[in-house]
Design a protein around this ligand. Structure first.
Ligand SMILES: [Zn+2]
Length: 488
């Protein structure tokens, strides 16, 4: 059973992760390509060391000091750093990675990323077997690992209704989860601000996560609240970990909204304390102060979105529910500087609005910000960028050794849209800006957070590989949770 979909070209860089120990090949390696005199970062967090890297075919066959013999081609890497390919453990390319125009995943390949994890925030394909077959059939520019998306799973079984799952429905979700894990997902994700993921209570998620834990998978959560509810939401993750006996992970860890600033250090302390007790909990982060999602998920309460857009508009116009809902959306806009902090990233009906804030659009159109929100909602919604975080807290979160780098982005082609820059710049920004220029973390930590750490979180890596005496191919090794590494 293949658990990890891959393209051969991308494997070479990934393989370095497992072949990261200094090689001591006895006989000449005679590689096709020799990278000479690089400063090599192994992804385990150790400082760089001088050495060579030998590549033959799709494999890194030696790393460190060895007799290279007669390479076909030598590349002088003096003054350059080499490291394993980056793993983007929080990616949303589920659709794009099988679409002809974007399956090369070029905006991630160009960042040095060789593996992405899809199925995040509760959305994506539920039938992992069929999805991974499609990835393999067409081929993708990066390796692809997948998570079972709980929101889509709930939608398949219950639909968009805001209610408890019946015992039969819960059993059905558990059995689909079992199938997905057998088909090769590495865990399950939730998106607890989205419909219908958010309609699952803690007990329901825990019951499904228990199946994930039994298979050695990870529970990764876009938590219920990233603002003033941050601590309560982290506590829910911990509770699910405890009751389901599953490794847990907080997706795009942040403290969102001025009224919540200051909570990050308390959330970190909670996670540190849990880790101190032996709880398996990690997190990831994109290195920016702005987030990006849909306009409705940002401004409109989840209860009002139950049943989809049409229902939402009905509630908006209803004399009973309308006034409260409008007041809530206005309060939400007010909290975001009357819409100045929310910029449109994607909205095909009005290209001129793309890149502008809700406030600026309202001024331009001679309307109130909430009227702009209404128009966008009537037209099916928009993608937005939300300037919601404090730079200081972004840096504090980044410094935690259990926080991986992840984009929360997707495969993309340049267009009239103005997507969040994380789609193109997550890994270079983490390393170039935060590590090298700003010294927020050492370079080796920035590299580990993008390579060894995400591999450890999902169990992609072979823990013995770092101590290997002989160069390793990185194929079919057993991971810490019984998972298998990619096959070529
Ligand atoms: Zn998310």
């Amino acid at each position: 059973m293949l658990q990890f979909r891959s393209c051969p070209a991308a494997l070479a860089l990934l393989a370095l992760l497992s072949a990261s120990a200094i090689g001591h090949a006895q006989s000449p390696v005679n590689p096709e390509i020799l990278l000479k005199n690089a400063t090599i970062y192994d992804g385990a967090g150790r400082p760089g060391f001088q050495g060579d890297i030998a590549i033959s075919g799709n494999q890194i066959v030696a790393v460190g000091s060895f007799d290279a013999g007669q390479p076909l081609q030598t590349v002088d890497c003096t003054g350059l750093a080499a490291c394993p390919g980056f793993i983007d453990l929080h990616n949303h390319s589920d659709t794009q990675i099988i679409a002809p125009a974007t399956r090369s995943n070029m905006n991630f390949v160009l960042q040095g990323c060789t593996t992405i994890v899809t199925g995040n925030c509760g959305s994506g394909p539920v039938d992992a077997g069929a999805y991974l077959e499609k990835v393999d059939a067409a081929g993708a520019g990066t390796n692809v690992a997948h998570l079972l998306p709980q929101g889509a799973l709930r939608n398949n079984v219950i639909g968009l209704d805001r209610r408890k799952a019946s015992p039969q429905e819960l059993e059905q979700m558990r059995s689909l989860a079992d199938k997905a894990l057998r088909d090769g997902v590495w865990g399950m994700s939730t998106g607890l601000i989205y419909v219908p993921s958010s309609y699952a209570d803690t007990a329901e998620i825990s019951a499904i996560a228990e199946v994930v834990g039994r298979h050695g998978g990870v529970y990764a959560s876009h938590i219920r609240g990233e603002g003033v509810d941050l601590l309560k939401s982290v506590e829910e993750v911990l509770e699910i970990g405890r009751t389901a006996r599953v490794a847990t992970h907080v997706s795009h860890f942040k403290c969102s909204g001025r009224d919540a600033w200051g909570l990050a250090s308390q959330a970190i302390a909670m996670i540190e304390a849990a880790r101190g007790r032996g709880v398996v909990i990690t997190a990831d982060q994109y290195p920016y102060v702005a987030s990006s999602t849909s306009l409705d998920a940002t401004l409109i309460p989840t209860y009002a979105r139950a049943g989809g857009n049409r229902k939402l508009l009905e509630r908006w116009d209803d004399p009973q529910t309308g006034p409260t809902l409008i007041a809530e959306i206005e309060a939400s806009l007010h909290k975001r500087d009357d819409g100045r902090l929310v910029r449109i990233a994607r909205y095909s009906p009005r290209p001129a609005w793309i890149g502008k804030s809700i406030y600026a659009i309202a001024e331009m159109e001679g309307k109130k910000p909430i009227e702009i929100v209404r128009v966008i909602t009537e037209n099916g919604g928009a993608g937005i960028v939300n300037f919601s975080m404090s730079e200081e807290e972004v840096r504090t979160i980044m410094q935690q050794p259990w926080v991986a780098t992840a984009s929360d982005g997707r495969a993309d082609l340049p267009s009239i849209d103005k997507p969040h820059p994380r789609l193109y710049g997550t890994f270079p920004r983490k390393i170039g800006y935060y590590a090298i220029r700003e010294n927020v973390i050492p370079l080796e930590q920035a590299i580990r957070s993008s390579t060894g750490l995400p591999a450890d979180i999902f169990g992609f890596s072979n823990p013995d590989a770092y101590q290997a005496e002989e160069p390793r191919s990185g194929r079919r090794s057993r991971g810490p949770r019984g998972s298998s590494l990619p096959r070529g």
